[in-house]
Every structure is written in structure tokens, then in C-alpha cells.
Ligand binder design. Sequence first.
Ligand SMILES: Nc1ncnc2c1ncn2[C@@H]1O[C@H](COP(=O)(O)OP(=O)(O)O)[C@@H](O)[C@H]1O
Ligand SMILES: [Mg+2]
Length: 315
Amino acid sequence: MKIGILSRNRNLYSTRRLSQAAHTHGHEVVIIDTMSIAVEMGIAESAAQIKVIQTALIPRTTYLPQVDAIIPRIGASITSYGLAVVRQFEGQGVRTTATASAIDCSRDKLHSLQMMARAGLPIPKTAVIARSEALFPALQAVNGPPAILKSSRGTQGHEVILATSLQTAQAAFQRLRRLGPQVLVQEFVAEAEGKDTRVIVVGQQCVAAMERSASRGEFRANLHLGGTAVPITIDPQTKKLALAAARAHDLHVAGVDLIYSQRGPLLLEVNSSPGLQGIETATQVDIAAHIISFLETDQPGDKQKRRSQKSKRRR
Ligand SMILES: Nc1ncnc2c1ncn2[C@@H]1O[C@H](COP(=O)(O)OP(=O)(O)O)[C@@H](O)[C@H]1O
Ligand SMILES: [Mg+2]
């Protein structure tokens, strides 16, 4: 197969590992800088073309070779453009570990929680508000304060705030409101004691899991904030929830985060391009190889797709 990895930087750990694993499995790899792609529509006679603009001193344009599959690693700062590029590949029948709509849904915590709630999955009590007048009732609804306030599009724990009083909640609301039209007010799961669980789902399998612990004086377990990780074996219930959460987002590869409350495991968020460094280091599982193996296996609907592509070519 020819596998395209959409990544802004070929030196990133995850990009390097995926590329290595693909080579080991005998595939060709093209690392595609998402922002260097130009898509042309309604210009050529054929369907839309995907071009790569190489920005050296003299810009050079080449057509991207046809790839069989892509692995989108779209950073949060380029989500919108990245989604357009992924959609383009999808339109050409290229297999992807995550569709544009799945990435879009998982990037938005509110949308993601709505999908999980709709699927009947357990999540922390959450209210979403847009005006400061709604803050007090929202805090009451989630049994706070204390409560967690978070932005719908934050990453790496940066926009997640623990408010211990109405005053601190008001200040947090004002700060988060500047970042987007809505603010999530969430039940504080104090009994988690700064721990959460990351499960990596590939296809229909949970291939690795780690427990992250927040650093001293911190409630957020993110590794970027100094959290530490240890490998764990997850129980059948957690496994079931992680698989169901990935399915609810229609993601074939997902990093599913859970937190353990008194009433059992709750789903926190689902990541469509989970970082591989932290979890591969903690668990010693070759997750990159699992992802490549997944791309090699036939998925439901593949045979049908191939048949229709064949008949299109014959016409
Ligand atoms: N409702 C909550 N109760 C307790 N801790 C939480 C809660 N929500 C988030 N956290 C902690 O904060 C961390 C970051 O929150 P998360 O929602 O995953 O945002 P981000 O996308 O920025 O990582 C989580 O990994 C968890 O440790
Ligand atoms: Mg998180």
C-alpha cells in the first residue's frame, strides 16, 4: 500500500513511529504537510485534484501520488483546513483512520459529550452555558462549587479550571468565554484524586492503556502538565466503554480518556490523533504497528467500494 501520513512535521515522535511501522510492514510512505496541500475543484475535467505546493525559494507544484490510505495527524491549530484536506481524500475513496466528521466531533468537547450521552454512555454531569446569568444554576446542577469549567476546544489541560467558589467560577467563566461562545460546567470528580485513564482503541480492540497521575498540587493528569503514567490492565467494563466511545465518534483509532468516580468509570473525552510517545513509552506496546495492521485489514464496505471503483474505471 501507499500510506499518506498527514503531519506538519516529519520529526514528531508519532509521525516517525507510524512511518517506521509502515516501512516495516512493507508499505510505501508519503508524509504530507497538511498545510502545503492545495485542492482544485471544478478546474480539471476529472474529479478534484490534490496538489502539493513545495515552498522552497521557487515554489514548485506537483500532483500528489495516489495514496491508498491516510493517517490524519491534524493539530488543533489547523483543524479547519485539515478537515477540508481529509474530506478531499475521503471523496477520492481513500481509506482513513479518521473521517473529517469524526475528527470534527472529537475536537469539540461539547459535541463529543452530546454524542456519548446520546449513545447512553456515562459522562460526568455537565452543563453548557453561554451567559454569566446561567452560571449559578449550572453550578448547582453539577453539585458545585467546587466544579470544573472548561472550554469546548481546549487541549493539554490548558483550558480546564477547578473553581472552588462562585467567585472563582465567575472569573473562570469570563476567561473561557473569551475563547469561544460556550463554556462547559462539569461535576468535579474529586475522588479521582488527579488520576485518569487513557485507552488506545484501534479497530475493534483496546490495544494499550495507561493510568496518568497529576503532579503534586495539580488535579489535571495531562502529561504535558507534568503528569506521570504507568501501564495498566483495564477491566471489561472500561474496555466496553472505550470501544463504545470510539464507535460513538465513528473513530477507528482513538485515545479515549476516562475518570473513575464513585458511581463508576465516566468518559471524559476522545482524541482522534492520540499522541503515541507517552503511551508507547509507558506501556511498551507498538501502537504504530497496530494502526498500520488496521489499515491492512478489510473493513465493512470495502469490497463494495472496490467493486464500484472498478465499475467506474470500466465506464
Ligand atoms: N470533571 C472532572 N473532574 C475531575 N478532574 C477532571 C475533570 N475533567 C477533567 N479533569 C482532569 O483534567 C484533565 C484535563 O481535562 P480534559 O477534559 O481531558 O481536557 P484536555 O482536552 O485539555 O486534556 C483530565 O485529564 C483530568 O485529569
Ligand atoms: Mg484530556
